[in-house]
Design a protein around this ligand. Sequence first.
Ligand SMILES: Cc1cc2nc3c(=O)[nH]c(=O)nc-3n(C[C@H](O)[C@H](O)[C@H](O)COP(=O)(O)O)c2cc1C
Length: 198
Amino acid sequence: MIKILALSGSSRRDSLNQKLLDRAVLGAREAGAEVTPIRLSDFALPIYDADWEAEHGVPEDAERLKALLAGHRGLLIATPEHNGGYTALLKNALDWMSRPNGFPSGKVAALISASPGLLGGVKSQLSLQIVLTKLGVHVIPDSFALPERRQRGDGGSPHRRGPDRDARQIRWIQSRAVGRVTSDDRHYLGVDAKFSPR
Ligand SMILES: Cc1cc2nc3c(=O)[nH]c(=O)nc-3n(C[C@H](O)[C@H](O)[C@H](O)COP(=O)(O)O)c2cc1C
């Protein structure tokens, strides 16, 4: 069974992205994945600073986060948009996970986002995709962005839009993500020739 680590780039109490993530986790489980949801705010990570690292080493919680990731094949990330990019909370966690010997290899990620803006945070996905690719993560092309009008469910014809349709789409993306990472299609996965499905 494919194992997916699910996290959001927001620590806000009433976070839209956390709500979206919670829904997507249900979809991934329905599609057959074993999902571990985590909250980045449960990990005490100082803002990355090389001098701090030289003095104190990698924080215990960064090691804990990295070990968790190492035990999962897939990453499901709900990413809020801050000034056209993704959040400092998420970048800091990714930076620490790359220390000291690089990011865990052979990972596949699915990205989703929610924002009050018209584009649903899609720019945060684009910027995150660049960094994840640099870290050796294969980001699947299927993604999902939820703008505010669709969160209210008034984004168009009731037969075509609204929360039910969005929930179906999230489920669809998740089942594709699960299908892709459990397949033995090395050409598509492309990230680790020695990959064998967990
Ligand atoms: C510093 C800051 C910058 C933001 N920049 C954007 C932006 O560029 N595009 C956008 O759609 N929303 C932007 N927002 C609004 C966030 O998308 C909104 O607060 C969203 O609810 C955050 O995600 P969350 O609900 O999961 O915490 C910004 C919010 C903050 C605090």
